[in-house]
Design a protein around this ligand. Structure first.
Ligand code: HPA
Length: 255
């Protein structure tokens, strides 16, 4: 690696275009990294990219590993361990999500304030290596309040509509039934998706500060629920991603 980035970036479904903003790129195919899993899902091309975003050194993962693909939690979160070992201190994550908050609109950017972990397996289950982090990690500020404040400031300055909320992480690969969307809303969720939570847990375990953003690609709101497809999720994500990229690009300059 030509540089030692302090910022790691994990991009979600159809949200890899931030990479086109990177300069001075060095691309490392996942296949060429020992023990790294390899991505399979449509819309993800797997490589680690070292480069500059708005002049700031970053380490971006283009394509992430989802639990629903069959990877276990150790594999899903291995890249975060690699980032930590390489010196990463901040993790920026993005994803596509279904909105349950009735005030949300399709295409909205939701800054993740907190999450609810509903995955059936925990990435930290098993023997703990105290050199990696504590046995019982604190999760009272899983998403950095400071980074949230900075991102909201950036959104205000650029007149970008952002909402804020709680991300519910589920295993997928099914989208939700109307009853499930209602349930996730009742327990305190604003959006639901099939990623992010495992990586954020491991980042917190490793002492990495996290910022997360969801693009609301469909609505799980009573009366507004329609059929969802992966193609649609990608298309809406694709349309909203320039604004998300702008926020991330400005954010890395303020870290
Ligand atoms: N549910 C789960 N994951 C998703 C959704 C959804 O509605 N939209 C995009 N990813």
């Amino acid at each position: 690696m030509p540089t030692q980035p302090k910022i790691g970036i994990i991009l979600g479904t159809g949200l890899g275009n931030l990479v086109t903003e990177l300069t001075d790129k060095t691309e490392i195919a996942y296949e060429s990294i020992p023990n790294f899993p390899v991505s399979t899902v449509e819309g993800h091309s797997g490589k680690l990219i070292v480069g500059k975003l708005g002049g700031v050194d970053v380490l971006a993962m283009q394509g992430r590993f989802h639990f629903y693909e069959g990877y276990d939690m150790k594999q899903v979160t291995f890249p975060v361990r690699v980032m930590k070992a390489l010196g990463v201190e901040y993790l920026l994550v993005s994803n596509a999500a279904g909105g349950m908050n009735p005030d949300f609109e399709i295409g909205d950017l939701m800054i993740i304030r907190d999450h609810i972990n509903l995955f059936p397996e925990h990435p930290l289950r098993g023997r703990n290596d105290p050199q990696m982090g504590p046995r019982f990690p604190d999760m009272s500020e899983a998403y950095s309040r400071d980074l949230i404040a900075k991102a909201k400031e950036i959104a205000r300055e650029h007149r970008i509509r952002v909402v804020e909320g709680v991300y519910v992480g589920t295993s997928g690969p099914t989208f939700e039934t109307p009853a499930e969307y209602r349930y996730f809303r009742i327990i305190g969720g604003d959006a639901v998706g099939m990623s992010t939570v495992p990586e954020v847990i491991v980042a917190n375990h490793a002492g990495i500060r996290v910022f997360g953003i969801s693009i609301i690609t469909d609505l799980g709101v009573e009366g507004k629920i329609v059929e969802v497809s992966h193609e649609e999720v990608q298309e809406i994500g694709n349309r909203a991603q320039p604004l998300m990229t702008l926020i991330m690009k400005e954010l890395v300059k303020r870290l």
